[in-house]
Write a protein that binds this ligand. Structure first.
Ligand code: GSH
Length: 345
């Protein structure tokens, strides 16, 4: 039975990060209510601390009033601390680090694929902008919907550079989407989730972006159906894995991982790593522009403060590892291109 202290996930189904968090909450079997962003139920709740979708409303640590928290990675951390059953993050610190890395790749790189395809191709722009105005205003007239469609498309297309999609980076982003799918196709034949027989945070981060890339948006979903129809089935599955019974034995053995995990980490090392490092360096020296090489090709975009913060979190998690865990992580990452992430910047 639900009560007023139930968790509230406030978001919209068309937001990849909302889908990430909703999938994770379902997996964790935490009682929650899904509240539509902008609804009267949402306006009765505490305001979100950052202008991000989604956010989570939960009882304050002292059990008293409700508070709102933003940003799915720290939200998942908070849920790990508060609720002991069916934790999402691996208890083995070395495996947890790998899961954090995959989570950040999903959140911060696959999101580039998602935003790029959606707002670069006419068919994708048309579909997304036509339906998005109705999400939070289901009863607007068709004319209002069409006006919303034009406003939406022009606003999002004007922001496409923020995530790094432009004519220079487009071929790199598209190459990375296809390779991710090829590796995913092979990897998921070894086990059903990225790190074993149970999903981790990395699975839900990838899933969130894949709801749009694999299912909703015409151009990237056509690539997905060609390369990996399995990715479509997987994305549908991750929507709700509340019925999956799990134990600690379901994680892969990090000393003997399938070769396809190294391939996946190799893809992370090929694109996400050089970009994240160049971005963090640009932010550190106050540069507005990131200019680097990704996959041997030039990459240019506006520098991105938030993504430098994400790299900081990852590096902090790595430096908190004890020596044994660090060695296990290093051994897995050796030769994948991920090593510079944790070296001095
Ligand atoms: N790192 C954040 C990202 C959330 C995010 O970027 N959300 C997008 C929509 S999916 C957003 O709120 N964009 C601003 C807006 O739509 O006004 C998280 O994990 O929650």
């Amino acid at each position: 039975m639900s009560s007023d202290s139930d968790l509230r996930l406030v978001g919209v189904g068309s937001s990849p990060y909302t889908r990430k968090l909703r999938g994770a909450l379902r997996f964790r079997r935490l009682p929650f209510r899904f509240v539509i962003m902008g609804s009267k139920e949402a306006s009765a709740l505490p305001e979100r601390p950052l202008p991000l979708v989604p956010y989570l409303v939960l009882p304050a640590a002292d059990g008293g009033s409700l508070t709102a928290i933003s940003d799915t990675t720290p939200i998942l951390n908070r849920l790990e601390e508060t609720y002991a059953e069916r934790r999402l993050r691996p208890s083995d610190p070395a495996l947890n680090l790998i899961d954090l890395l995959l989570e950040d790749y999903g959140d911060e790189w696959l999101s580039k694929c998602m935003f790029h395809y959606r707002w670069s191709y006419a068919a994708d722009v048309k579909k997304a902008s036509a339906y998005l105005p109705y999400r939070r205003a289901m009863q607007i007239t068709r004319e209002e919907g069409e006006q919303g469609e034009r406003d939406f498309a022009s606003r999002q297309i004007s922001r496409i550079g923020v995530v790094g999609s432009n004519p220079v980076t487009a071929p790199i982003i598209e190459g990375s989407w296809r390779r991710f799918l090829e590796i995913f196709e092979a990897h998921i034949q070894n086990q059903p989730y990225l790190l074993g027989q149970r999903p981790g945070a990395g699975d839900f981060a990838a899933f969130g972006q894949m709801t749009m890339l694999v299912i909703t948006d015409p151009t990237p979903s056509q690539v997905a159906m060609e390369v990996s129809p399995r990715a479509y089935a997987w994305t549908e599955r991750l929507e709700d894995v509340s019925g999956l019974d799990v134990s600690d034995a379901d994680w892969i053995d990090l000393s003997d991982p399938p070769a396809t995990l190294r391939d996946l980490l190799g893809e992370v090392g090929r694109v996400y790593v050089p970009y994240m490092i160049a971005n963090a360096k640009a932010i550190a020296r106050g540069a507005k522009q990131v200019e680097c090489e990704v996959d041997g090709q030039p990459w240019v975009q506006e520098s991105f403060v938030y993504q430098a913060k994400c790299l900081g979190w990852l590096r902090k998690a790595y430096s908190a590892l004890d020596e044994t865990a660090r060695e296990r992580v290093d051994r897995l990452l050796l030769g994948t291109g991920c090593e510079p992430l944790f070296a001095p910047l």
